[in-house]
Design a protein around this ligand. Sequence first.
Ligand code: 5GP
Ligand code: ZN
Length: 119
Amino acid sequence: MENCCKKEDCLFCRIIAGEIPSTKVYEDEKVFAFRDINPQAPVHILIVPKEHVCCADAIDGNNSHLVAACFEAVAKIAKAEGLTNGYRVINNCGEDGGQTVRHLHFHLLGGRKFREKMI
Ligand code: 5GP
Ligand code: ZN
């Protein structure tokens, strides 16, 4: 996708660097997770790789380990947040996917039952 992989002035890179405040819930060597500023559920956490990857379309054999690390974090954070009855994980990719921040991230949503189903 064109004009996608620009790292300059990336909002999430600045949050990870601590230049912009966030409510951190988890951090490890590869992953940073913080509460969404506009929560769509009682629990709404953004899980992002510390290394800048613009979107799902840029995942390849060199960086897919970052996706694995994000999903390992999903399971840990879900437990810590008490999401014992399930949750939803969403990734928006690119313009048509509705992605607004061009740094790969997974939305972890929980704490309520999601009746709305797209698929
Ligand atoms: P996207 O639309 O790209 O899938 O998701 C971007 C998410 O980032 C949105 O849910 C939006 O609320 C969240 N967001 C945007 N700016 C900030 C911010 O400055 N801090 C936090 N914590 N979340 C943000
Ligand atoms: Zn970034």
